[in-house]
Every structure is written in structure tokens, then in C-alpha cells.
Design a protein around this ligand. Structure first.
Ligand SMILES: Cc1cc2nc3c(=O)[nH]c(=O)nc-3n(C[C@H](O)[C@H](O)[C@H](O)COP(=O)(O)OP(=O)(O)OC[C@H]3O[C@@H](n4cnc5c(N)ncnc54)[C@H](O)[C@@H]3O)c2cc1C
Length: 387
């Protein structure tokens, strides 16, 4: 095996090459990279996807917390388009692009995309990465921001490497309003519409258009349809293991015609006219519909030696908490500050251990809360089935 040194792309020869590697350049990885770089800690980010990833449709966001963490204000030019709801809402692609563009233009962050990590090893005061292309590297520290099915977590917590199925799938889509017969009226309850019918749950909202416009007719409509009836589908398609762990999602273009037809047939009896057309357009479209099997992961550890985890790699919660990304932003702020405050004579592992002590009680509590609200939802759905 070849052992590479870090590439110097984007880093001038005067700067120290980044020796902290972040695995994963999605929302948590980009947020952490920016948080580190703006606090004077250079990082190198590796991402398995060669092109920009598509990871979701919509999410609530705390703009002030994001600004304080990443050192760029999403309310100042170039702004991140949002619509006000109980919290501000934005689209996943808009947030991802905003973070990616800020990170690409920030000194102290280097990227390698199209580079998949296959394993990491803690060497105590350093960490070793192995890649799918057969290469290996040694870094001062490796931070996993590699999502719910994290490779880095497998080394940090080999006794509990996987996230457990919470018992429901969320069908979701993001639809251009101009593809609908009529524009969607603004939800009367402040932007986000949530309804439970016959054991299903629908969350829907109107969001800025692809160009950021909030003009009627040019916006996007998002929906998240919670469904407890998909365990057999997840098992058959190898997304759910025999012992109840989630190891894959139902991505765009992978959902069978018969499943989509079943969902389309349910729409008129479940969802009001306001949202029914957008949901039907989304469910019918192979490119728009995806299914997220909801998983939960309550960590026992967030660090081990020269390794740590942030975002969904560290803790996985139900979207009913509205806290997945928000908690990743908090992880990034705390971890970046601990790395920046590290004394020159301290090993990186000391800062990572401090991060674990600061964050573990809170994130464990959040996952416990997630499990309670998932259990409430499953009880409600079971009651409706018996009724
Ligand atoms: C329906 C739904 C609604 C939600 N709504 C909200 C909300 O309103 N508010 C909120 O705060 N949160 C919300 N969330 C949660 C939020 O979307 C997630 O917490 C967040 O997107 C997770 O980001 P992440 O970067 O940690 O993980 P991911 O998005 O999973 O990113 C992981 C990255 O790591 C890369 N990667 C993985 N493995 C490797 C490897 N081996 N080598 C290299 N790269 C790798 C992947 O390609 C990917 O880019 C919602 C989630 C869902 C499903």
C-alpha cells in the first residue's frame, strides 16, 4: 500500500499543511471545516462523492447560531434564502451550496472529493486512514462527519457501530411550484403545516425557489410523509439488517413503481387539497421522491484517542426533533473551539477528550428525547390501526 502525504491544493507553500482530516463534506463536515478554519485550525476534508451530494429537501435552521459557528453570516450577502416559520426554513441544496461555497473560498480548508475512506485506525497520538483506492495516510486527528452509517464511528465504538431503526420511513420531496396547477397558499399556522391522519404524519411547507425567490409561483414546496408500514420493504431491499439496524436509504430513482402507486392511491384520503397536488407530483416523480428510514443512535463515546465524530456520525435523531443539523452545528462550534484552545504541548487527543466530555451528556439526552417522541408516534399509529 502507498502512503500519501497531504495534497497542497488550495494551500500556499508557506502555510502548514492541514493535519486534521474531516471525513465527509456534507452539512456537518462543511460546518466543522469552516468553524475550524475561522478559529485558525487548518483542516483537510475528504468526501466520497465526486460531485456535489444531494442529501435532503428542507430543514429548519438557526441563522444566528450558524453565523457564530462558521464565521460567515447567512443573513449578509451572499444570503442563504429562508422562509420564516416557527424557525427559519431553508432547502437542503441551498444550505449545502452556501456552506460549500464559503468553505471552498476559505483559507485553511483543502478538499479532496471522490475519495472514500474504508477504515480508520487510532494510533494514540495520530490516526491512520485507509481509502478505497488502496492508499493510506497518517494524520494528527481524524474527525468523522460521515453521517448516520459512519466508518469513523466503527472504530470509536466498535461495540455499537450502527444506528437502530426507529420504526418509520419518511417519504420526502422538493417540488417546483411552477409545475403545479395552482400556487400553494401560505400555511395559516406560520409557515409549517403538520397533520396526523390514520397513523400517517405529513409535514409540508413552502420554501424559496431554486433561485432564492419567494415570489408566488416561483417557490418550492416540500413534504415529509411519515409512514410506519415499510419494514418489509426495508428488509427486502437490504436497508434494514435482521437485528434492526439501518444501513442504507431509499434514494431518488430507487423506489419501485408499485410502492409509488400505493402512496399515490392514499393521497386523496389522507392529505388536504392544499398539499395533495404537490405530494402527488413528488411521489409520481422518480427523481423527486426519496425515502429516509428514520434511525436513532445514542452514543456512549464521541472520541477515542486521535478520532472523534460530529453530526449524524455522532448522534442520530428523528426529524420530529428538528435538531439533527442544529446539533451538528453545536458539535462543530465546541470541537473547533477546543482544537483552537489546545496548548502547543498538548496532544490533539486531549482536546478531543474535552469535546466528548462537553457534548456527550447533551447529545445522549437529545437522543433519549427523540426515542420518546418516536415511541409516542408509533403508539398513535398502532392505535389508529386497531381503531
Ligand atoms: C426528513 C428529514 C428532515 C429533517 N429536518 C431537519 C430540521 O428541520 N432541522 C435540523 O436541524 N435537522 C433536520 N434533519 C436532520 C439533518 O438533515 C441531518 O442531521 C443532517 O443532514 C446530517 O448531516 P451530516 O453532514 O452529519 O451527515 P450526512 O448528510 O449523512 O453526510 C455525510 C457525508 O459523509 C460522506 N461520507 C460517508 N461515508 C464516507 C466515507 N466512508 N468516506 C468519505 N466520505 C463519506 C457522505 O457522502 C456525505 O457527504 C432532518 C432529517 C430528515 C431525514
Amino acid at each position: 500500500m502507498r502512503k500519501d502525504s497531504f495534497p497542497s491544493g488550495g494551500v500556499s507553500s508557506q502555510e502548514r499543511l492541514p493535519q486534521i482530516v474531516v471525513v465527509g463534506a456534507s452539512l456537518a463536515g462543511l460546518t466543522l471545516a469552516l468553524a475550524c478554519a475561522t478559529r485558525g485550525v487548518p483542516v483537510h476534508v475528504v468526501e466520497r462523492s465526486a460531485r456535489r451530494v444531494h442529501g435532503g429537501d428542507s430543514l429548519s435552521i438557526d441563522l444566528a447560531a450558524l453565523a457564530a459557528t462558521v464565521g460567515h453570516d447567512p443573513r449578509a450577502h451572499p444570503i442563504l434564502p429562508v422562509v420564516p416559520a416557527y424557525r427559519d426554513l431553508t432547502t437542503w441544496p441551498a444550505l449545502y451550496s452556501w456552506l460549500h461555497d464559503r468553505a471552498a473560498g476559505t483559507s485553511g480548508i483543502t478538499f479532496e472529493e471522490g475519495k472514500a475512506v474504508t477504515s480508520v485506525t487510532d494510533l494514540g497520538d495520530q490516526a491512520q486512514l485507509s481509502f478505497a483506492d488502496g492508499t493510506q495516510r497518517v494524520a494528527d486527528a481524524v474527525i468523522g462527519a460521515d453521517g448516520y452509517n459512519s466508518i469513523v464511528r466503527r472504530t470509536i465504538a466498535p461495540e455499537a457501530p450502527l444506528a437502530r431503526y426507529a420504526g418509520y420511513v419518511v417519504w420526502r420531496g422538493l417540488i417546483d411550484e411552477q409545475t403545479l396547477m395552482r400556487p400553494v397558499p401560505w400555511p395559516s399556522n406560520g409557515g409549517l403545516w403538520i397533520e396526523f391522519v390514520d397513523g400517517y404524519r405529513l409535514v409540508a411547507a413552502v420554501l424559496p425557489g431554486r433561485d432564492g425567490s419567494v415570489e408566488i409561483g416561483r417557490r418550492q414546496v416540500t413534504f415529509a410523509w411519515f409512514d410506519v408500514h415499510r419494514e418489509e420493504l426495508l428488509r427486502r431491499t437490504n436497508r434494514l439488517t435482521a437485528d434492526g439496524y439501518i444501513v442504507g436509504t431509499l434514494g431518488r430513482g430507487t423506489i419501485d413503481e408499485d410502492v409509488r402507486a400505493e402512496l399515490v392511491a392514499l393521497i386523496p384520503q389522507l392529505w388536504p387539497q392544499t398539499w395533495a397536488e404537490a405530494v402527488a407530483v413528488g411521489v409520481r416523480s422518480t427523481d423527486a421522491l426519496s425515502g429516509a428510514p428514520i434511525a436513532e443512535y445514542q452514543p456512549e463515546r464521541l472520541a477515542r484517542g486521535a478520532l472523534a465524530i460530529v453530526g449524524d456520525a455522532a448522534h442520530v435523531v428523528s426529524p420530529m426533533t428538528g435538531r439533527g443539523f442544529a446539533t451538528g452545528v453545536e458539535d462543530a462550534a465546541v470541537l473547533a473551539q477546543m482544537l483552537a484552545d489546545r496548548r502547543a504541548d498538548e496532544p490533539v487527543s486531549t482536546a478531543l477528550a474535552r469535546y466528548e466530555s462537553a457534548r456527550l451528556p447533551f447529545v445522549r439526552g437529545l437522543v433519549a428525547h427523540s426515542k420518546r417522541i418516536s415511541a409516542d408516534y408509533l403508539r398513535y399509529a398502532a392505535d389508529r390501526r386497531l381503531a
